[in-house]
Design a binder for this molecule. Structure first.
Ligand code: SPV
Ligand code: MG
Length: 540
């Protein structure tokens, strides 16, 4: 059961253990504080002003602070305690602040007994006038009276020690604020040793939860605080300081080097940022809500082999990078995919993979390409499988309508078969496909299924229905069939020699209906030098 955040903060304040909350100053830092495991966030006035580039002197308006809190609250589930400075005005401003904070699911606010506009306690702290005790108590009462949720916390921060007063004054104030209804006391000190807060804790003797901010006395082991009966430690500014240090170092180095090469490895990756932004959730939501509006079809292009028959042309690049009329085969393939709304293209590369520089594709490496076949390559692309995808050889050229028809064809697994078994545009040895019916043009859109597929015409009785062009489409149940088959076949000792036809035959034998979509011509595969000439004509 998810507890409210105000309840969570109360639990931290009231727990018997020493608890810790960490500063955050915007949405992403709040996400990080939660991500690393803290159970609460200190929305620091110093850090929020700093990230706006202004001073911690109420230069940012309270509504700007509340707007920032909304971003922080939206992206986290742990409680946020706002450093509410002096409450941004008198009791009336405090009432409105509390209501606005509750509307944004902020768990509590801490107000300090100084005067508006406040100045950070570490800047001439002893010269800062304190609030009138009665006036401050009225502010606490007004805040408590205006909260809707009983567990929303109002913490009173005592600045007496910062402003140069003695322990007695600090205790007098703390007691008055406690009486006025404060849910806890934050006792602040700017000494480098914890002596005065420990003296205070001793005298306070657990009258209400005690909170400290060990920014200056940071070297004290935290066991000391636990022993003194302190409830909550606030690490008040360490995320903004860490960010500023990293930005200064990175910025200076990039400027000096006129390059980002040195810093790349030690800064967050773009995908780390996407993760913190929750990009995966949006992708899942798009699938759910944009099912008809946005294509989620992807493509896997098998292109790990060299294409030996093309001799020198593939000396320094794989076959898919051979230019045809100024554009590589792969570029042409990706362009057709994009024109049909397929924008997620994964290329399984092997031979000279480094030379593949086509934008808009994700490369998956089959490092074993010399010892393995097409199924091993397909397995490499598995992390990139989409729920609906086209699997294609990389050396294909075809007219757009062939892909378009494949995408609209019925069936969860569909193969494109050219019903001509021999034709002058057929080069190499595309596999023969035996089908439940021959291509009778009048059968357009009627159900034809694959019965067998093989390189040699003699491997099956009867007339083949045509040649499989090297492209298939998988979706729905078909994805489960393919995944299950891959899991089974990869156990097989011959797996490394298996190609896509072995997978298709396996599925046929398992009784899975593989639909055939017949075409007649308008495609080429590139195998030998002569095909390059034909490809030039095909594309011109
Ligand atoms: C803050 O984090 O803004 C604080 C704590 O108020 S301190 O800077 O120590 O005053
Ligand atoms: Mg502050």
């Amino acid at each position: 059961m998810n507890q409210t955040r105000s309840h969570q903060l109360r639990s931290l304040l009231q727990s018997n253990e020493l608890e810790f909350i960490m500063e955050a100053h915007n949405g992403i830092s709040a996400r990080i504080v939660e991500e690393v495991g803290f159970r609460g966030i200190w929305a620091s006035g110093l850090a929020i002003s700093a990230q706006f580039g202004v001073r911690d002197s109420n230069e940012a308006s309270w509504t700007q602070v509340v707007d920032m809190l909304e971003f922080m609250s939206d992206v986290t589930d742990i409680p946020i305690l706002l450093d509410g400075d002096t409450g941004y005005g008198n009791f009336n401003n405090m009432r409105r602040l509390v209501r606005k904070l509750e509307q944004r699911h902020i768990a509590g606010v801490c107000i300090e007994d100084k005067q508006f506009p406040k100045l950070n306690s570490f800047i001439e702290g002893e010269r800062q006038p304190l609030a009138d005790i009665d006036e401050f108590c009225g502010k606490i009462m007004a805040g408590k009276d205006s909260q809707d949720d009983d567990e929303f916390s109002i913490i009173a921060r005592v600045e007496a020690l910062i402003a140069g007063w003695d322990l007695a004054e600090a205790l007098r104030r703390a007691e008055a604020y406690h009486e006025a209804g404060a849910d806890g006391i934050l006792i602040h000190s700017k000494l480098s040793r914890p002596d005065e807060i420990l003296d205070f804790a001793g005298e306070w003797a657990g009258r209400s939860p005690l909170i400290i901010v060990p920014t200056t006395y940071y070297s004290t082991p935290v066991e000391v605080y636990a022993k003194a009966g302190i409830s909550l430690v606030i690490w008040a500014n360490h995320m903004i300081r860490a960010a500023v240090a990293a930005m200064l170092k990175t910025g200076r180095e990039v400027l000096k080097d006129s390059s980002v090469a040195n810093v790349e490895d030690r800064i967050a990756s773009v995908s780390d940022i996407f993760t913190l932004q929750g990009a995966d959730e949006l992708t899942a939501a798009q699938k759910r809500y944009l099912a008809n509006g946005q294509s989620t079809t992807g493509a896997v292009v098998l292109a790990a082999s060299r294409g030996n028959a093309l001799q020198d042309l593939t000396e320094d690049r794989p076959k898919i990078m051979i230019p045809i009329g100024g554009k590589s085969l792969l570029r042409r393939l990706v362009d057709v995919f994009k024109r049909q709304g397929i924008h997620s293209v994964c290329v399984v590369a092997g031979y000279k993979a480094d030379s593949i520089n086509v934008s808009g594709v994700k490369i998956c490496l089959n490092k074993q390409y010399e010892q393995t076949g097409e199924l091993a390559s397909l397995l490499c692309a598995r992390p990139e499988f989409q729920e609906d995808m086209v699997i294609s050889y990389g050396d294909l050229l075809f007219r757009d309508y062939i892909l378009q028809d494949l995408l609209t064809a019925e069936g969860d697994l569909v193969v494109t078969v050219d019903s001509a078994t021999t034709a002058d545009y057929i080069s190499g040895s595309p596999d023969y496909a035996w089908c439940s019916r021959p291509d009778d043009r009048s059968l357009f859109l009627q159900e034809v299924t694959l019965e067998h597929i093989a390189e040699s015409r003699e491997s099956c009785t009867g007339e083949p229905g045509g040649r499989w062009i090297g492209m298939l489409r998988v979706r729905g149940q078909g994805m489960d069939w393919i995944n299950e088959a891959l899991d089974q076949l990869k156990q097989h000792e011959n797996f490394n020699r298996m190609d896509i036809p072995d997978l298709l035959n396996y599925l046929v034998a398992a009784g899975k209906p593989i639909r055939v979509h017949y075409i007649n011509g308008h495609w080429l595969d590139i195998n030998v030098l002569h095909d390059i000439d034909r490809a030039m004509h095909f594309t011109s």
